[in-house]
Design a binder for this molecule. Structure first.
Ligand code: IPD
Length: 283
């Protein structure tokens, strides 16, 4: 996950048309699914089950939206694999896997807070964040009227407008977003880390959607985001958007495998300082 964005536009390479097509499809699927999830929210929300803890809920809309996404993918690209938050993995024969989160920010969705999004990415290679290459992705937040997308080597956009980070240096005046897992012991440990980090940064934000946190880094709305233990579907599309906007995306240490444990996305001017501060804070 640590590779820097390839600034050669993919459209200039033989991979370009394929990436462009996949990006358009990701936008199409995420936009359609977001409309469906927003409509369902308007009609009322129903918790269908809980997962890792009593606060880790899955709504009827999570399930229905993921089913809709799976149908759209299977119709457009029947031979691709699918890895989704709410269902079994589907294997494929093309080497491409669609990594989908039907509603990232489920707790916000449940409470009627608008910061939730549908996240759709397509990756090449083993469907493992540390080894895959993300080709295209889209994060759509219907309540915020925001459509983010990116293609490998093609840059990132918000509502069609290119995103390009301005260099920022100085951790002490950086706004840092983070998130917490659903298990009590993990949250307690994460609380200790964030309490220590708070003294070294401008402020902390916990907005409730990893996908949107990564897009917020891309849009310069926060200077960095870090979180321990996010799932592949939480970050597949958002990490590409951040990287393509010029953010540094990786793990806590230089070892790539670490990014599976702790995901860090930051303005390149502060990535080293932030990672050092996180290590000092016991992350
Ligand atoms: C969660 C959100 C949250 C993050 C959690 C994720 P979900 O995803 O992205 O911001 O802190 O780690 O699990 O459950 O809403 O899909």
């Amino acid at each position: 996950m640590n590779e820097p964005a390839d600034r050669t536009p993919a459209t200039d390479t033989e991979d370009g048309p394929r990436i462009k097509e996949l990006r358009e499809l990701a936008i199409h699927i995420a936009t359609g699914a977001a409309e469906m999830a927003a409509r369902m929210r308007h009609e009322g929300v129903a918790v269908a089950a809980t997962k890792s803890s009593s606060t880790d809920v899955v709504t009827e809309a999570d399930r229905a939206t993921e089913q809709h996404i799976r149908e759209l993918i299977s119709r457009a690209r029947p031979d691709d694999a699918i890895l989704g938050e709410e269902g079994d993995s589907v294997s494929g024969t093309t080497g491409l896997t669609w990594v989908v989160d039907p509603i990232d920010g489920t707790v916000n969705y449940l409470y009627g807070i608008g910061s939730w999004a549908v996240s759709v990415a397509v990756v090449e290679g083993e469907p493992e964040p540390t080894s895959w290459r993300t080709l295209a992705g889209s994060v759509v937040a219907p309540r915020l009227s925001e459509v983010y997308s990116a293609g490998a080597g093609e840059g990132a956009t918000l509502n069609g407008r290119p995103l390009r980070l301005e260099p920022h240096s100085g951790l002490s005046d950086s706004l840092v977003a983070t998130g917490f897992g659903y298990e009590s012991a993990r949250r307690t440990a994460q609380g200790r880390v964030v309490a220590q980090l708070l003294g070294s940064v401008r402020d902390i934000r916990r907005m409730g959607s990893a996908a949107l946190d990564l897009c917020a880094v891309a849009a310069g709305r926060v200077d960095a985001y870090y979180e321990l233990g996010t799932k592949p579907w939480d970050h597949a599309a958002g990490a590409l958007v951040a990287r393509e906007a010029g953010a540094w995306v990786g793990g806590l240490k230089d070892d790539e495998r670490e990014s599976e444990r702790m995901l860090v996305a930051a303005n390149p001017g502060i990535s080293k300082q932030l990672r050092a501060a996180l290590r000092d804070a016991g992350a």
